[in-house]
Write a protein that binds this ligand. Sequence first.
Ligand SMILES: NC(=O)c1ccc[n+]([C@@H]2O[C@H](COP(=O)([O-])OP(=O)(O)OC[C@H]3O[C@@H](n4cnc5c(N)ncnc54)[C@H](OP(=O)(O)O)[C@@H]3O)[C@@H](O)[C@H]2O)c1
Length: 327
Amino acid sequence: MLRQFLDQILDRSVVGSYTRAGFSMRSRWFKELPHDALDGKNVVVTGATSGIGRAAALALARLKARLILVGRDQGRGEETCDLAREQGAPASFLSCDLSEPDAVLDLAKRITNETDRIDVLINNAGLMADERVLDSRGLEMTFAVNTLAGFVLTAALSSRFEDSRVINVSSGGAYLSDAAIDDLQYETGVFDGVRAYARTKRQQILLSALWARALKDRARVFSMHPGWVDTPAVRNALPRFHKFTGPLLRSPAEGADTMVWLSATSGELQSGAFYCDREARPTHRVGWTKSSAADLRRLWLSCERLGGVQPEHRPRDEDFEAVTRME
Ligand SMILES: NC(=O)c1ccc[n+]([C@@H]2O[C@H](COP(=O)([O-])OP(=O)(O)OC[C@H]3O[C@@H](n4cnc5c(N)ncnc54)[C@H](OP(=O)(O)O)[C@@H]3O)[C@@H](O)[C@H]2O)c1
């Protein structure tokens, strides 16, 4: 009771919740995962060359997962593999530029050449851009990496899911935006990297909830917020925020905690929900960030078209409606 009360106060305070203080308060109640919780499980982590993704890979290695790690930088990717192997976990690195949907489809083929079954897929790679950059197919980079790559990878790997888990690393930044479904490529107005980022993080939450319904017989799907974490992304994209909040930021391992827990816990989980610090959280703070069922359908169909995928499992009409009612 006291725990829930304190947790709610932290959640509403935002700063208290997302900083290291929030993690240290809440983690007192966390139960340690069994040391072999992921023994024999195949886990794919994107964005494992740096920051939260690397920290997650190492924590998953300690739980005995078999790791397939993805990123662009071969050297840093191999380094993460070496560190994971030091923990006794088999690990391989696949290099891929996730901003190119064709490269993501090719990555899915390379992953399925390595393994028949995917137990956990963590779509963690992400960025905040300071200018509007387009990929070779004219896709805006923030949308292509943060939203579309995870969608395409989930669709392309879904035939390998069996009682699996998909974790999409979103952000509390989503509370500041609707999904901007009419402007997925940020063609309208002056480009603002923070706004572009927040839109994609909102899209990830919505798509996670839709995938949770579409894949209900194969996988549970979650979105999550790692908190405010001291990583190269924050240092480079938000230097003033980093300077101001520096000592309050979480370590990458603290930021990775909830995604590792979602990967490994045997406790009850709410598929489709948005998690932070091992609890499902509200997905909206204000009404204007919500989308209609028609908008959600357009978002889904745009991702299919732009990603060049036709998923075997799709949300039904009532699933689009249900996601509009998410609090
Ligand atoms: N740090 C925070 O406070 C915070 C808060 C909320 C949410 N998040 C989310 O957490 C996730 C991880 O971020 P981080 O803070 O750990 O940042 P980071 O240290 O900069 O790591 C980003 C990762 O994404 C990969 N990546 C970026 N663009 C890519 C591309 N085009 N193709 C392939 N991989 C690409 C990078 O790989 P390469 O280095 O190999 O290119 C790197 O491994 C992101 O989704 C971010 O939005 C972070």
